[in-house]
Design a protein around this ligand. Structure first.
Ligand SMILES: Nc1ncnc2c1ncn2[C@@H]1O[C@H](COP(=O)(O)OP(=O)(O)OP(=O)(O)O)[C@@H](O)[C@H]1O
Ligand SMILES: [Mg+2]
Length: 335
C-alpha cells in the first residue's frame, strides 16, 4: 500500500482531506485568492480571510460550486500547493480516494487529480453518502435502511443506504449559503441594512433556528442603506428563525419526499435507526428537532458533522474490507 494516501472531500465551502501519513483530517476553506498577472497568491483559510476585504486587483473565489468543480485550474493549483505544503515537498506516488457527490460526473475528479501534476499512483472514487455512512461508524456493507442527510454549504444530499449501496439519493441546491442569503435579505428588507456574507453566517451559526426566542440576540455591524454609513444593529434569534424558516422547510420537504418513496421494508429500519444528520449545517441549533417533528423519526447528531465524509475516507484507507466500495473511472484505464 502506498505510504501517501489522501481521502478527499471537495466541499463547496471547505475542503477536507484525510492524510494517512500524518493520520490527520485537514479542513480548510475552499477558496483561492487570485491576483492579476501573478496568479494564485493565497489559498484555504488565508484566502478566506481576504474575502470581501481584498482590493480590486485581487479576486477571491470558490473553485467548487454546488458540489462540482467550477474552476478546475484553481482547484488543481490549490490541491497541489496544499498537499506540497503539508508533505513538506515529499509528495510522490500518492493514492487518492475521492468522495463523489450524487449527480456529479465521476470523471471530473479523476481528471482533476491527474491534472494537478502530482505523481499519482491511483485515483479511486466512492459515493459520498457511502463514505458518510462509514464516517458515522456504521458498517455500511451490512447495515440495511440507513437514511443520511448531509446539509453542506451549497447542497443537501439525502440518501438511503442498504448493504453497501445507495438505494436512493437526491441532491438539492440548498444549504448553508442559501440560509445565509435569506438572513441578509431579511435584514435588508426589515431594517434597511446591508450586511456581508460573513456576518450572515455568524448570525446563522450563533442563533440557528429558535422561533419565539426574542431574548437571545447578537450585535452585528452593517451599512445603514438610507444613511450610507456603517452602524451597529441587534438581531434576535426569533428574527433569524423567521428569516430562515422557508429554506429549512424546503430541506424538510425534500426529506419527506424521499421517505415517501422509500420501500416499506427499509422504512422500518429507518424508523428504528433514526435519520443521521451530517454536514456543517447539522450544527444548526434546532434543525434536528425540526426534522424530527416533521417526520416523527428521531434524528442522530454526531461530533464535527462536517468531517463525517473524511472520517469515512479514513476508514476506506485504513480498513481493507471497505476497499470493495470504491471504483475507478474509465479515464484512469488510459493512464
Ligand atoms: N454552528 C453552525 N450552525 C449552522 N451552520 C453551520 C455551523 N457551523 C458551520 N455551519 C455551516 O456549514 C456549512 C459548511 O458545511 P460543510 O463543510 O459540510 O459544507 P461543504 O462540504 O463545504 O459544502 P457542500 O457539501 O455543499 O459542497 C457552511 O454553510 C457553514 O456556515
Ligand atoms: Mg460537503
Amino acid at each position: 500500500m502506498s505510504a501517501q494516501s489522501f481521502g478527499c472531500d471537495f466541499g463547496t465551502s471547505s475542503i477536507k482531506i484525510y492524510s494517512k501519513e500524518s493520520d490527520t483530517i485537514y479542513c480548510e476553506k475552499n477558496m483561492v485568492a487570485i491576483e492579476e498577472k501573478k496568479g494564485m497568491i493565497a489559498y484555504g483559510n488565508e484566502a478566506f480571510d481576504m474575502h470581501e476585504k481584498a482590493p480590486a486587483n485581487i479576486e477571491v473565489l470558490y473553485p467548487m460550486s454546488f458540489g462540482t468543480v467550477a474552476s478546475i485550474t484553481y482547484m488543481q493549483q490549490f490541491l497541489r500547493a496544499f498537499l506540497e505544503e503539508r508533505t513538506k515537498g515529499s509528495l510522490k506516488g500518492a493514492e487518492f480516494i475521492v468522495a463523489l457527490p450524487t449527480d456529479v460526473q465521476d470523471r471530473v475528479f479523476t481528471t482533476l487529480i491527474h491534472g494537478t501534476g502530482i505523481k499519482t499512483k491511483n485515483v479511486e472514487l466512492i459515493d459520498k453518502p457511502v463514505a458518510a455512512g462509514l464516517g458515522l461508524g456504521l458498517d455500511v456493507t451490512q447495515a440495511q435502511g440507513v437514511m443520511l442527510v448531509d446539509v453542506g454549504a451549497d447542497t443537501t444530499e439525502i440518501s438511503i443506504l442498504s448493504l453497501g449501496g445507495t438505494v436512493t439519493s437526491k441532491l438539492i441546491k440548498n444549504g448553508g449559503n442559501k440560509i445565509d442569503e435569506a438572513i441578509s435579505s431579511a435584514i435588508r428588507r426589515e431594517y434597511g441594512y446591508f450586511i456581508g456574507n460573513k456576518t450572515a453566517e455568524f448570525l446563522k451559526n450563533e442563533l440557528g433556528y429558535q422561533p419565539g426566542d426574542t431574548t437571545t440576540r447578537r450585535e452585528i455591524c452593517g451599512r445603514n442603506m438610507a444613511l450610507g454609513l456603517p452602524a451597529l444593529l441587534e438581531i434576535t434569534a426569533d428574527f433569524v428563525a423567521n428569516a430562515i424558516a422557508e429554506q429549512l422547510k424546503s430541506i424538510v420537504d425534500a426529506i419527506k419526499m424521499i421517505l415517501e418513496r422509500t420501500p416499506p421494508e427499509l422504512g422500518v429500519d429507518i424508523i428504528r435507526n433514526g435519520i443521521f444528520l451530517t454536514g456543517g449545517v447539522a450544527n444548526l441549533k434546532g434543525l434536528d428537532g425540526l426534522i424530527a417533528d416533521a417526520t416523527n423519526i428521531k434524528v442522530n447528531l454526531v461530533e464535527k458533522p462536517e468531517e463525517c465524509v473524511a472520517r469515512g475516507l479514513e476508514r476506506v484507507i485504513k480498513e481493507k474490507e471497505f476497499r470493495s466500495l470504491t471504483f475507478i473511472t474509465k479515464e484512469q484505464d488510459y493512464k
